[in-house]
Design a protein around this ligand. Sequence first.
Ligand SMILES: *Cc1c(COP(=O)(O)O)cnc(C)c1O
Length: 425
Amino acid sequence: MNANTLPGQPHIAYQANTLCMENVKLADVAAQFGTPVFAYSKASMLSALAAYQRGFAGRKVQIFYAMKANSNLAVLQVFAKAGCGFDIVSGGELARVLAAGGAPEKIIFSGVGKTRAEMKQALELGIACFNVESEAELEVLNDVALSLGQKAPVSLRVNPNVDPKTHPYISTGLKGNKFGVAHENAVKTYKRAAALPGLSVVGIDCHIGSQITEAMPYLDAMDRILDLVVDIEAAGIPIHHIDFGGGLGIDYNGDTPPAADALWQQLLAKLDARGFGQRQLMIEPGRSLVGNAGVCLSDVVFMKPGEQKNFCIIDAAMNDLPRPAMYQAFHQIVPVRPRAGAMTLVDVVGPVCESGDWIGRDRELNVQAGDTLAVLSAGAYCMSMSSNYNTRGRAAEVLIDGDQVHLIRKRETAADTFQGEHLVP
Ligand SMILES: *Cc1c(COP(=O)(O)O)cnc(C)c1O
């Protein structure tokens, strides 16, 4: 680690007053590929994965990268080569895994609204497991599997009703959420699943939320899930694997989530104490594998001083970086080449015609039009949630590996954004 390393981002640091990712100057990336552009550090992704792998040494575990966090094919390729499977939430994501060279046997399928067509596609490919979220889904999956002469491997996503203490839009394991089967109905639903001829019960899963920065909600959820495993197995239904989902937070702004290996040390101690230490385990991390591996580089278009607020208008917007508008989320914003001199208080905003189009409020910056800024911790839930609102083409993406820069997605042109549309005669 370098003294100039940015918090939570060991592969991003100032060297000779210029921001670098691994051995590449980010100013050069902006100059070569234009802005806005996302840059991801391969070393950072692999070191985030390594923290989990260290934590699980000697255990039976499969890590499924929750690819909705960042589904670029090259990112999937990095994780597939490192041994990860994938947690998918749509048929489109399934197609992406295959395009990236991922194996169907290492795919699990989550989500509350899987269609028959998606179930059929996944069954024909032979995925590892369907994480089923309702009784209605069980019946339909049974039907689709029988029509194909197959048995669908299923796990029930149980809602343990614990508060992950995160933003309400990213908490998923409370009673009022749309996700999963209620804890008190779980045994009954398992009995139903076991009775259906087109299904084969293989596991249990939970996913309590995202950007979780404490160990306690995980420990509570684990107790609740293990209680259920005992009850379900007492009803004569063996549970082969236990899947604890994803949700571990990252450092956006001085957040202090437990390290993945430290968290799992605690969780494995609990599993051991309760006699489940040798069970097949699964996890579905997303944000914690990619979030701090990425930055979005964006040029300052105009400075607009005002009576109440000074605005720094950049060429990235809510269509590229939707998290502030969606969750009032905080991303650090730093200059790629810091200037000497006094800071001023500015709101960093995009060009989109919405007051919600802000990227950072009340930031101390010393910048001028033409400078390049780096929006940090932009590796997760940014590009994958991006849109073409205001007919803005999506940004380019590059993967940085040592001193190599690989273009992994070209910038969309205006023509790309309307290529599927038709005029009427
Ligand atoms: C989104 C999601 C994940 C990953 O969540 P992170 O907070 O990105 O780790 C895991 N499992 C399921 C079912 C999800 O929907």
